[in-house]
Design a protein around this ligand. Structure first.
Ligand SMILES: [Zn+2]
Ligand SMILES: [Zn+2]
Length: 309
């Protein structure tokens, strides 16, 4: 029995031989649930196996969102009109390059990420991540997702900075830096060790959160993963539009921030926000370098003046 209703009688009553019929029964018996909750409950009831339901859902979600979000960027790359907003306008990725990347990412999804996805549900159950309906209220979900963004960004900054040191770069992170001018699809083009360790920021932070609070809904986790995938693909898109999110939220990193990282190899290590690189003086690009040198000069002059006094 699925834990979605936590009620064996109700589960048996609404479960039908097809997903559509299960959904119809849930709409009849539980009209108070919203549309998302009804579809969610129908999925878990119809599957009648929570491990399979969660594993399959995460796998499909990942594939659909990742490739679905990368496709518009692939199309934009084919249209010269959009070149005016390309951050490195002379470096348009060829179709051959993008196909090579697609093959490699697909292989990694099936070989590297498939296993942790299937073992995810039993771990959720142990930790107290629930699948029940109704979902938590919007405010709770929004606050939790904002917290995950902040925590993931912190993890990403330090882990990514470490990946730029000697052996870590040479044997692991170099693969991701194959493209000095990134494109949407290249977001997850990385060594398996990098996928696992940087992926910890996305999956591990919610796990630490639920270990501490004892409460988290799997739907919140799904929303978080979807938004994080959008962030990862978009930051590799190579395009900075006048309507990009970083134009409205100045602390949002966006493509402009991460493209500079791929271009110059040094600096801009964070994923979603600009604050770590700003406060720890690791911003990338010639402008940031000039400002850094200017600050160092001022500091040195001040030091010399003090000595002369
Ligand atoms: Zn890097
Ligand atoms: Zn990257």
């Amino acid at each position: 029995m699925s834990a979605v209703f936590n009620n064996a009688t109700l589960s048996n009553l609404v479960r039908a031989t097809t997903y559509a019929d299960t959904l119809k029964n849930i709409q009849n018996y539980k009209p108070e649930l919203n549309i998302a909750e009804q579809y969610w409950a129908a999925w878990y009831t119809y599957m009648n196996n929570d491990i399979l339901a969660t594993g399959l859902m995460f796998f499909i979600l990942h594939e659909v969102i990742y490739f679905g979000r990368s496709l518009p960027w692939f199309i934009i790359d084919q249209i010269p009109y959009f070149r005016r907003w390309k951050i490195q306008p002379t470096k348009i990725p060829s179709t051959k390059e993008q196909l090579y990347c697609l093959k490699s990412v697909l292989l990694s999804h099936f070989l590297v990420e498939a296993i942790p996805i299937w073992t995810f549900h039993p771990m959720c159950q142990k930790l107290g991540i629930t699948v029940e309906v109704p979902f938590p209220d919007l405010k709770t979900m929004t606050l939790e997702i904002c917290l995950f963004f902040v925590l993931e960004d912190m993890w990403h900054y330090w882990a990514h900075r470490l990946f730029h040191y000697g052996v870590f770069y040479k044997y692991i992170h170099k693969q991701h830096h194959r493209y000095a001018a990134p494109f949407g699809l290249s977001a997850e083009y990385a060594h398996p060790a990098e996928t696992m360790s940087l992926g910890f920021g996305t999956v591990g932070m919610p796990i630490l959160y639920v270990m501490y609070t004892g409460k988290l809904h799997l739907f919140t986790l799904c929303l978080w993963v979807v938004l994080r995938l959008f962030q990862a693909v978009d930051s590799h898109s190579g395009y900075d539009f006048p309507w990009s999110l970083n134009k409205f939220l100045p602390f949002w990193a966006g493509a402009e921030h991460h493209d500079l990282h791929h271009h110059y190899f040094i600096g801009n290590y964070a994923s979603s926000f600009r604050w770590w690189d700003f406060y720890l003086d690791t911003e990338a690009g010639p402008e940031a370098k000039a400002a850094r040198e200017e600050r160092m000069k001022l500091k040195a002059n001040k030091g010399a003046q003090k000595k002369n006094q």
